[in-house]
Design a protein around this ligand. Structure first.
Ligand code: GLA
Length: 390
């Protein structure tokens, strides 16, 4: 997380003399289970020690005065204005407030300054961190009574209604529900979840950012979702109990191979294999069999790249380097795709060599320096005691 002093200084500069509260909410990693959330399947994310930090004070009006440290921009909007702000970053804040009002709550206006250290566009959910920190802070300060799970839905619906990304629930759920040292095995249909300790002895998580910025709003993400829904609609005609791809087994999908549009079939074939793979992976982890889990990460990558079509040349390149490195038990692209980073599980003693191998090969091939992102699995959204921050 950013140093609190930075955020506090930004707040004081913009709102001199105003007393404030302080909140943070993290980005996330996801070990396995990609593009399964909006299909009602399983995911295995964890909150990390990087995210968005927010200094905020209710101001007794219906106006929000917000300063974004990352954009160096300040703007004001009225929470009752039917039109969303022009700046995308402000739409997240505006959207969270509208979604709360939609659910019968009455938040008021506030002054705020916020900034983050989750790399933007790296597939670590900086936008979910933003929705979650505002959701959690507004809920707390205006005593709105939403549970953390509901705040996750408020964040997800903000994406749908005010940003235009028809995302699943994984990122917001992880940002709000994460706990230090634990990954969350989440059933995205029921929202039933289990927190599982993840600290395999002798292994490290290594994230390497391709530096290719993705923007899910660019449309391909929504196209994938629509392709999954098209598959469901076709199968549902004969099997009315099928609501989501979660309900379709690989064997059932096979029966539709010739009836579905070939592209729709390809997309669905990845999804129906991914949730069972995750569940098998959880059994590996429970037995302490990290190499077996890692193998599944590579399989997930292959599916995301070849069948789901959400990887890119640079992501594939890093994963291919990883396959050849000693001690890398598993690696794959992480998050929505089209750029962002590769998550790998690496034997601790081999992590340095893996990073150097990627850096060298990447420089040679693309003349670019990939970024290594260090993360620790940490707590979800929280309020900090301002007096203890100094
Ligand atoms: C993005 C979305 C999530 C999820 C992932 C892919 O991060 O916000 O809901 O669909 O992509 O697993």
């Amino acid at each position: 997380m950013l140093k609190p002093k930075k955020v506090i200084d930004a707040f004081k500069k913009n709102f001199p003399g105003v007393k404030f509260s302080y909140f943070t909410s993290p980005g996330r990693i996801n070990l396995i289970g990609e593009h399964t959330d909006y299909n009602g399947g399983f995911v295995l994310p964890a909150a990390v020690d990087k995210g968005i930090s927010l200094a905020i004070a209710p101001n007794g009006t219906t106006k929000v005065n917000a300063f974004s440290m990352d954009y160096g921009e300040k703007l004001t909007f009225d929470i009752n204005d039917p039109k969303k702000p022009a700046q995308q970053w402000a739409c997240y804040i505006y959207g969270v407030v509208q979604e709360m009002k939609e659910r019968g709550a009455a938040p008021g206006g506030f002054d705020c300054a916020f900034g983050g250290d989750v790399p933007l566009g790296a597939g670590m959910s900086s936008s979910a961190a933003l929705e979650s920190v505002f959701g959690y802070a507004i809920n707390t300060l205006f005593k709105l009574g939403f549970k953390r799970e509901e705040l996750a839905k408020i964040g997800q619906m903000t994406e749908h209604h005010y940003v235009g990304v028809n995302c699943g629930i994984m990122d917001q759920f992880a940002s709000l529900m994460g706990k230090e040292g634990k990954v969350i095995r989440l059933d995205c249909r029921s929202l039933g979840y289990k927190r599982v300790p993840f600290n395999p002895r002798g292994y490290k998580i290594v994230l390497i950012d391709t530096m290719v910025k993705h923007n899910l709003a660019s449309g391909e993400y929504n196209v994938r979702r629509a392709q999954c829904e098209a598959g469901v609609a076709a199968i549902k005609k004969d099997h009315p109990n099928v609501e989501l791809l979660r309900d379709v087994s690989p064997a059932l999908l096979e029966q539709y191979k010739d009836k579905l549009d070939p592209m729709v079939y390809k997309r669905c074939s990845f999804v129906v294999k991914e949730s069972p793979r995750l569940l098998a992976g959880c059994r590996d982890l429970a037995k302490g069999d990290v190499p077996a889990f890692g193998k599944k990460m590579f399989e997930t990558h292959d599916g995301l790249s070849k069948d789901y079509g959400v990887s890119c040349e640079k992501l594939d390149f890093i994963v291919d380097v990883a396959r050849k490195c000693d001690g890398v038990v598993g690696a794959r692209m992480m998050g929505g795709g089209f750029g962002g980073c590769v998550i790998a599980i690496v034997r601790s003693g081999d992590a340095k060599a893996y990073i150097e191998a990627v850096q060298k090969a990447y420089k040679k091939k693309f003349n670019l320096d990939p970024r290594v992102i260090n993360v620790a699995i940490s707590d979800g959204a929280k309020r900090w005691n301002v007096r203890k921050l100094r």
